[in-house]
Each structure stands twice: as C-alpha cells, then as structure tokens.
Design a protein around this ligand. Structure first.
Ligand code: M6R
Length: 369
C-alpha cells in the first residue's frame, strides 16, 4: 500500500495537499470564504464557548506539541486571548494552575499518547473544558474530551509525523479565526483573506513538493555536516523545532531548533564551517532581524540553508542552499515551510541507509510513559 513510493513517510508527505483539504473542508464555506466551525460536540454553541473562555492551554507531545506552539501565535494574535502551551509529561506532574473559564486543547495524532491522555483527564478533574484534536476518531483521548476536532489526514503509518502535523496547522488556523470571530476581533474582510490563503495551501504544497528531487540530489553533501542548527522567529520558530526533530529521529544526526534571537545567548559558540544553519525565514516583518542573526553565523563559517519566500535577494545571496516557498499569509506559512524540512530529513536518512518508516528506538504511538 505504499502506492509506488519507497516509504510510507514519502507517500504521506505527498498526501499533504489532500490531508489539508480534508481537514478544512468540513469547516469552511468555500463560496463565502467563511469559517464555520460548528458542532464540535460541546453542550453549548461553539461561539458561546469561545466567547466565555478566558485562557487556552494546549497540551501535547513531540510534533503535536510543536503544532500547539504554532497555534499559540495564531490564536493570540488574531483573537487576543492568552494561550499557553505545555508538554504533556510536564503539565501532568507539575500541579498546573488551571484558572476558571480555561479551555484545554490536547493535540494527538494517535489519540493514545499516555501523557496526553493523563493530562486531559487531569484537566477535566480540575474543571476545565476540553477540546481534543486527533486523527483517530473514538481513540482514548477523543473519547475523553468534551469537544472534538479531527485532522482527517487518513492513516499515518510512518513513525515520523508529517501529514497529521500539516492538517493540525490547518485546524489551528480555523480555530484562531473562529475564536476571533466569536470575540469580535476579526473583520469580515480579514476573515475572507485568511480563508482564501488557506484554500490555496493544498496547491501551493504541490509546488513545494518539487524539493523532493532537490534533496534527493543534495543529501549526500548534507551528510558531511557535523550538526544542524534550525532557526526561526514567530510562527517559524516552532517550525524550526519541528525540522530539527525530524532530522534527529530519522537521520540520527545532531540537530537543534532555536529561536533566531537566542543565537547570541549560547548556540553561536557551536558554529564553525562544519555546522549547517537551517533557517526558516519566509518574508515577514521579522525577516531583517533574522538576516542579521544569519550574518553573525556566516561570519563564523556556518553554512546557511534557507527557506525563504520567492526570490529574497539578501537571503539568497548569503545562502549555500536557498529554497523558496510560494507567498502566503503569515498564518499559513508554516504549512508550506515545514515541507522542505520533512523532505530534507527524509532524504538525508534514506541516503544514510536508515529505516525511515521505523527509526530505531521509537514507536508510532507512545502508550506508556
Ligand atoms: O500521536 P501523538 O500525536 O500524540 O504523538 C506525539 C509524538 O509521540 C509524535 O508526534 C512524535 O514526536 C513523532 N515521532 C514525531 O515525528
């Protein structure tokens, strides 16, 4: 059932345009370009729930945790509601404070991750309203939650999560827009603009998939780096973390994700000619700051691999490898920028001869802590 692909992971990377379309399709009015996130299973209408909450806490593990980090940027900026993101294994043991009118949102592809399940149970005991985002209907976490959202990605076989991540990012966009609408912080025109950029994402992912060939050719050269530092700012920061995780789990190479502004606070010391700096820098209001961080890395010999938007001349001229993603809104850019990072990790691991679908020491679903 690999449909001619060498691995499930590669097939799943290629399924992302459809996975994203399936995730958003039940919740969008494509004629009016409106978000319609209804019937989530709460005992009150969704907008009433979103009007009454005062705080959101995302709880998840691994790649799902990074999706929660992206959601934090989106929801805070468009709806003005405070959002916190927690690693499930930390949240469940630290005796967290859950103020009244808090919505706890768990993200779990499998719906069976032990720590996330324990976290949602604890949140309920403490009186929180809960919403689960899962890919598996009727999974343990889904059954535990008050409200339910589904990734609709189809079965994900590869241990490395890919299409479930992008589907979740699409849902995070919808959540941010619906919460903002309910709270009156989003104009109709803005909503339509964001929905249009979301609807364009599946075909834009198709464009980005062309990097498959690029990385299959570049992977041998990339093997020579002793380490990879992934950098980003804003919504691109969690994408840097996700890119580094993919490389670690698949290619067993040293990779770290950092907020670009943290470079001077330590990681700059790691940089020499054998370090690759992978920067997620689609054109946005922070790009100039990221470029100056890169100049410092380059001055120390670091080799730059960038993900930018279209042809950004200053970014391109300083990069060893420059990959461009199509222009989109800041909210949807993570759905495009993560794809080259998935392909890079895939091809590096494959060229090293590793089992991409079953990386050593890892399980698809972590049902014990
Ligand atoms: O099924 P879940 O989303 O709860 O799984 C969470 C993590 O175990 C998972 O995302 C893990 O980090 C992946 N191997 C990442 O590719």
């Amino acid at each position: 059932e690999k449909m001619g692909f060498k691995h499930f992971m590669l097939k799943e990377i290629y399924e992302q345009p459809r996975a994203v379309a399936m995730a958003i399709q039940p919740h969008i009015d494509t004629d009016k370009h409106e978000v319609n996130l209804k019937n989530l299973g709460f005992d009150k209408p969704v907008d009433e729930v979103f009007k009454s909450i005062e705080r959101i806490i995302f709880v998840a593990c691994g790649t799902s945790f990074y999706a929660g980090n992206v959601a934090q940027y989106l929801i805070e900026q468009v709806s003005g509601i405070p959002v916190q993101v927690d690693i499930a294994s930390e949240f469940r043991y630290r005796k967290p404070i859950i103020p009244k009118n808090t919505l706890v949102i768990t993200i779990s592809q499998s719906g069976e991750t032990a720590d996330t399940l324990a976290a949602i149970r604890m949140a309920k005991e403490k009186g929180a309203l809960t919403l689960s985002i899962t890919n598996v209907q009727r999974s343990s976490i889904d059954r535990e939650a008050h409200g339910h959202l589904y990734m609709n990605s189809g079965v994900e076989v590869g241990v490395a999560s890919t299409k479930a991540f992008t589907s979740t990012l699409a849902l995070a966009n919808l959540l941010a827009l619906q919460i903002a609408k309910a709270r009156g912080t989003l104009s109709r025109a803005q909503e339509q603009e964001y929905v249009k950029s979301l609807l364009a994402i599946p075909s834009q992912i198709e464009v980005v998939l062309a990097f498959d060939k690029y990385f299959s050719e570049a992977s041998k050269k990339l093997q020579d780096f002793k380490g990879f530092l992934y950098l980003g700012r804003g919504v691109s920061y969690p994408i840097a973390l996700e890119g580094a995780l993919k490389l670690k789990e698949l290619a067993y190479m040293h990779a770290e994700g950092y907020a670009a502004g943290e470079m001077k606070h330590g990681p700059l010391a790691l940089i020499d000619a054998r370090m690759a700096i992978v920067v997620v820098a689609p054109t946005d209001e922070l790009i100039e700051k990221t470029i100056s961080n890169l100049q410092e890395a380059k001055a120390r010999g670091g080799k730059i691999i960038s993900i930018g938007t279209d042809e950004n001349p200053s970014l391109k001229s300083m990069s060893e490898y420059y990959l461009s993603i199509p222009a989109t809104s800041w909210m949807t850019s993570p759905l495009l920028s993560v794809v080259p990072l998935q392909l890079m990790a895939y091809h590096l691991a494959d060229s090293l001869g590793y089992d991409v679908d079953q990386p050593r020491n890892l399980a698809k679903s972590v049902t014990v802590e």
